[in-house]
Ligand binder design. Structure first.
Ligand code: SAM
Length: 276
């Protein structure tokens, strides 16, 4: 492995070198032998070896061709491990996860620069997941567990909060990586719920409502919802009045239940418009 070239900043390559943190992540992941495990970005394999020992099946997705080739070589005699040499933002995760009928346990120390996008992709396949243990930049992790009405509360908090129980395992300092990043990191576990935390009607509309509400953080909810895709069919003022929500509020003050109410109302209005 030392023969491989230096870590690539462009791929967020901050490799874990702290045995205690590696143990904490593996413990938090609660991998069972009957479970398929997906590791995104195995890098130099700090977690991979432990996962391969515990999992019934392990799939690795690595964008660095040299590292993907290294893992192929490492596991050449182990048919339970497969390596996808590709970009997690481009591969069809739904199709890959359909390779196993069982639900997946996802473990990853995510590259900082793409972690929010990866979270959205994992959210889109939530029904295929049994657990996730993810290391994120602390700032991104803090957003996921933020309560309403604080600056960290945002799109990822509301969307992921609909389908997952999220808990913080440990804060990780820069010295636990090589090279050291400039910021702290955090390990979170995500447990999917059997049912969404709230009835949102159409989930695609829920995503639209949430994204529009946070699209201009300094503007009022009423203004933000005016630019939503559904605004011509369900005008912002009418929607807020139907829901009894004050349009002068900002998106970040809304609870998940209030977002769900907005989304259900848009869903119902569009349905009745389609019928008439
Ligand atoms: N898991 C290793 C560890 O903990 O030491 C490496 C973690 S490092 C923070 C992130 C890893 O993700 C690197 O191996 C990097 O090459 C890989 N990576 C970066 N962008 C990626 C992408 N778009 N798709 C898949 N892997 C990616």
């Amino acid at each position: 492995m030392s023969a491989l070239r230096r870590p690539l900043k462009s791929l967020g390559q901050n490799f874990l070198v702290d045995g205690n943190i590696i143990d904490r992540i593996i413990e938090a992941a609660e991998v069972r032998p009957d479970q398929p495990v997906l590791e995104i970005g195995p890098g130099r394999g700090a977690l991979t070896r432990h996962l391969a020992e515990r999992a019934g099946r392990l799939m690795l997705i690595e964008f660095d061709h040299a590292l993907a080739a290294y893992h192929r070589q490492q596991f050449v005699d182990d048919s339970t491990v497969s390596v996808v040499d590709g970009d997690v933002l481009k591969v069809d995760l739904g199709t890959l996860l359909a390779e196993s009928p069982a639900r997946w346990n996802v473990v990853a120390n995510l590259p900082y620069n793409i972690s929010t996008e990866v979270l959205f992709r994992l959210y889109n396949v939530h029904s295929r997941l049994e657990r996730m243990t993810l290391m994120l930049q602390k700032e991104v992790g803090d957003r996921l567990i933020a309560p309403p009405d604080c600056s960290e509360y945002g799109v990822t908090t509301v969307l992921l909060g609909l389908w997952f129980d999220i808990s913080r395992v440990i804060v990780v300092r820069p010295g636990s990586f090589h090279p050291s990043p400039k910021v702290d990191s955090v390990v979170l576990t995500f447990t999917p719920l059997a049912e969404p935390r709230a009835d949102v009607g159409d989930e695609a509309l829920f995503r639209m409502v949430v994204k529009s509400a946070f699209s201009m953080r300094r503007k009022t909810l009423s203004n933000c919802l005016k630019s939503a895709e559904f605004a011509s069919a369900v005008p912002s003022g009418e929607l807020l009045e139907l829901c009894g929500i004050d349009g002068r509020r900002r998106g970040e003050t809304l609870s998940l239940a209030e977002f769900a109410l907005l989304s259900r109302t848009v869903t119902d209005k569009l349905k009745s418009a389609a019928l008439s």
